[in-house]
Design a protein around this ligand. Structure first.
Ligand code: SF4
Length: 274
């Protein structure tokens, strides 16, 4: 996609500004695909070259490089229009990189971050230890299907279990990733609007996405606990851990829940408003 086209698309009032910054990136399940610039851009590239979706393929990295290059071009142009000098001296770059490394280290070592990573490992361990549970579930559903037992709907149960597994898989790493971003941005100075009021903090938005991932994961684990024939304690331990993780994130980001994500929370901007 060329620079001019990207700029035109960015100014298209059909798109909700910044909606993709605080979503869960699950486009297949998103109700805002038609209002999302990111989705429009990636869909166009995918149609042109399906290999650009494959992380193992050079086309994927070429596309990513292209997006970064064009984004930087747009930022530079915008900054020049506002009279902002984006150039940094070598010393400033060095200082900036040092600061970024420190922030990454601190984010990684934060107690909530360690708890989120522990959750990733707990999920891997649970699936490794409970392979036979799914074989048993399949046998159980097949039996119920053949016997046509009243009050049982094995197809619906299979779909619910499948959905819970997909939800758990989708958020397993994302909870940690979004939390890293939130922690990394946490000590950024407030950006003020023309009236001197601070804009909502990006860190709160990322923390909210992490909290939503926890919420949906708790629901999904609850569904597995209901349907699977498994020692219920094994899932209970995960649920307790997620509950504690949620409290830790809420303590670190007390304003996260109130953060209004464009499009998803509060009024949905009309297409003509831009
Ligand atoms: S807002 Fe929806 S369509 Fe856009 S990137 Fe996020 S999940 Fe995908």
């Amino acid at each position: 996609m060329d620079f001019k086209k990207l700029k035109d698309m960015a100014g298209d009032p059909r798109f909700i500004s910044g909606i993709y910054n605080y979503c869960d990136r699950w486009c297949e399940r998103c109700e805002f695909t038609a209002r999302c610039l990111n989705h429009a851009m990636t869909s166009e590239d995918d149609e042109r070259d399906p290999a650009s979706r494959d992380i193992q393929n050079k086309a994927f990295w070429d596309r990513l490089h292209d997006i970064f290059r064009q984004t930087i071009e747009m930022i530079r142009e915008d900054a020049a229009e506002r009279g902002i000098d984006l150039e940094m001296s070598p010393e400033e770059i060095k200082e900036f990189e040092k600061d970024e490394r420190r922030k990454r280290r601190e984010a990684k070592n934060h107690p909530a971050s360690r708890a989120a990573w522990k959750y990733v490992k707990m999920v891997d361990a649970w699936f490794a230890e409970n392979k036979e549970v799914f074989e048993e579930e399949e046998r159980k559903l097949n039996r119920a299907f053949l016997m046509e037992l009243p009050g049982q709907d094995p197809e619906e149960e299979a779909a619910l279990v499948q959905d819970a597994l997909e939800v758990i898989g989708w958020y397993q790493h994302q909870i940690w990733v979004k939390l890293q971003r939130a922690l990394h941005q946490q000590d950024r100075q407030d950006i003020l609007d023309d009236d001197g009021k601070p804009f909502p903090r990006d860190s709160d938005g990322s923390a909210k996405v992490s909290l939503l991932g926890i919420h949906r994961s708790i629901e999904a684990w609850g569904a597995l606990r209901r349907y699977l024939t498994t020692p219920s304690d094994s899932i209970l331990g995960i649920l307790v851990h997620l509950g504690r993780l949620r409290k830790r994130i809420e303590a670190a980001f007390p304003n996260a829940r109130a953060f209004v994500r464009p499009g998803f929370d509060g009024p949905i901007p009309a297409p003509t408003e831009g």
